[in-house]
Design a protein around this ligand. Structure first.
Ligand code: AMP
Ligand code: MG
Length: 374
C-alpha cells in the first residue's frame, strides 16, 4: 500500500480548537469560525478535509462527488469494497439520503443523535456516489456530536462521507497531529479541534422493523445503552468469533474483514480468568522477547503496571474501572509503540462491559487476533 502513497498536495492546516474551548475569547472564536468556513469551502469544492469528531478524526469529502470520494480512498490506501459512513449536521438531510427510516431507527436517532451511532439504512438511488456504498443498497449515516464537525458539515452544505483519517490499517487518529503523520501531503486540509472525546469509532447498527437492532461494529454507544431503547439487541454473528475465530469472507459490514489499527510490530493479547496467571505469563513472554533482542512494549491497566519489569515502553490504559479511559488512550498508545520502534508488544485484555467491548474488539483487530490464553 505504501508504494501508492502519493504526497504531492499542499495540505492546509486550520486551528479550530478555540471553537470547542470553554476559555477561548471572542477574537479566538471568530478566528476559529473563519477557519471552519475556509475548510467548508474546500469541502464544498470537492476537496478532502480531515476534521475532528467525538469519536476519532474523519477524512471528509462531498458524498455526492465520486471524484472527492475516490480521493479519500486514494489518500487512505483503503480497499474500495469498504463503504464509507456519511455524516450529516441536521436530521432534515436524512430524507435526501435514504428511502425509509423505520420506528426503531427513529427511536435510536432521537436518543443517540448527535452521537457515536451509525445507522445502516436503505440508500436513495443516486443520492451519494456509488463509491460511498461500495455497491450495497444501504448507506451508513450518522450525526457527530462535535461542535466543529457540525459547523463544518452545515457550512459545506453537503452530506460528508468520512472514514477515519488514517492510512488504511493504521490506528485511527485521536489528535490532529496523528492525521498529519499519516496524510500530510495526501489531502487538502486538516481542521484541528483538539483531542477527540470517545477515542473509538461509532457503533454501526442495522434496525429491523420488528424492533431488533443488530450491531455490525461495536463502538461509542454501548450494547447496554442500545438495549435501553430497542426491543432487542444482538451482535452480528461475525463479531461473535471472539479471540480465536476468523472473520467470515462476506461480512455485513465489509470493514469487519480487514486487519485494522495495527502497530508495525507483533502485538499479543494475554487473557485468562486469573489476573496472577496473566501477569506471570506476560512477564515470562516479556523476558523471552527481551532475550531475543526484541524492542518490547507493555499495554496494561494502571492497577497492574507495577507488576511488569524490563519493557522498553510501558503504556497505561488507565484504571480497570474506567473503560472510557482505555478507549481514549488505545490508538495513541499503538502509535506510541510505533514511534518507540517496538517489535514485540504484550497487552492485557479489557473487561468487556460497557465501552470495554469496543475496546476489546479494536485490540483484537490490532493484534490480528493473536491471543495467548492462560
Ligand atoms: P470507518 O469509515 O473506518 O469508520 O469504517 C466504517 C465502517 O462502517 C466499516 O466497518 C464499514 O463496513 C461500515 N459501514 C459503512 N457503511 C455501511 C453499510 N452501508 N453497510 C454496512 N456497514 C457499513
Ligand atoms: Mg477506520
Amino acid at each position: 500500500m505504501r508504494d501508492q502513497d502519493q504526497r504531492d498536495k499542499h495540505t492546509r492546516y486550520w486551528d479550530a480548537t478555540a471553537w470547542v474551548s470553554p476559555s477561548a475569547d471572542g477574537l479566538a472564536e471568530a478566528k476559529a469560525e473563519e477557519a471552519i468556513a475556509e475548510a467548508a469551502q474546500v469541502l464544498a469544492g470537492g476537496g478532502t478535509v480531515a476534521f475532528p469528531t467525538e469519536t476519532v478524526y474523519g477524512l471528509g469529502g462531498d458524498a455526492r462527488s465520486t471524484e472527492a470520494v475516490e480521493n479519500i480512498f486514494k489518500a487512505k490506501g483503503r480497499p474500495s469494497d469498504n463503504p464509507l459512513i456519511v455524516h450529516i449536521a441536521e436530521e432534515s438531510q436524512l430524507a435526501e439520503l435514504v428511502t425509509e427510516v423505520n420506528d426503531t431507527a427513529r427511536r435510536l436517532m432521537a436518543e443517540f443523535w448527535p452521537g457515536p451511532l451509525t445507522l445502516v439504512l436503505p440508500v436513495r438511488p443516486g443520492a451519494v456516489s456509488p463509491r460511498v456504498t461500495a455497491g450495497l443498497s444501504t448507506v451508513g449515516v450518522r450525526m457527530p456530536d462535535h461542535a466543529v464537525a457540525l459547523r463544518l458539515i452545515a457550512a459545506a452544505g453537503c452530506p460528508v462521507a468520512a472514514p477515519s483519517a488514517n492510512r488504511s490499517g493504521r490506528p485511527s487518529p485521536t489528535l490532529a497531529s496523528h492525521v498529519g503523520e499519516d496524510l500530510d501531503g495526501a489531502i487538502d486540509g486538516i481542521v484541528d479541534g483538539g483531542p477527540t472525546g470517545v477515542g473509538l469509532e461509532s457503533t454501526v447498527v442495522e434496525c429491523g422493523a420488528d424492533g431488533m437492532v443488530t450491531v455490525l461494529r461495536p463502538g461509542g454507544i454501548t450494547v447496554e445503552e442500545l438495549a435501553r431503547v430497542a426491543a432487542s439487541v444482538q451482535l452480528d454473528p461475525a463479531l461473535e468469533s471472539g479471540g480465536g475465530g476468523e472473520a467470515p469472507a462476506r461480512p455485513k459490514a465489509p470493514g469487519m474483514k480487514y486487519t485494522h489499527y495495527a502497530p508495525s510490530g507483533s502485538l499479543r493479547i494475554v487473557m485468562g480468568a486469573s489476573q496472577e496467571a496473566v501477569a506471570a505469563r506476560i512477564q515470562a513472554e516479556l523476558d523471552a522477547a527481551n532475550a531475543r533482542g526484541e524492542v518490547t512494549g507493555i499495554l496494561a491497566f494502571e492497577e497492574h503496571l507495577a507488576k511488569y519489569h524490563g519493557a522498553h515502553t510501558m503504556l497505561s490504559l488507565g484504571s480497570l474501572a474506567a473503560p472510557e479511559t482505555a478507549a481514549q488512550r488505545l490508538y495513541a498508545a499503538l502509535r506510541q509503540f510505533d514511534e518507540a520502534g517496538a517489535t514485540y508488544m504484550l497487552a492485557e485484555a479489557c473487561p468487556e462491559e460497557g465501552l470495554g467491548a469496543a475496546v476489546m474488539n479494536r485490540l483484537l483487530k490490532a493484534a490480528g487476533h493473536e491471543v495467548i490464553y492462560v
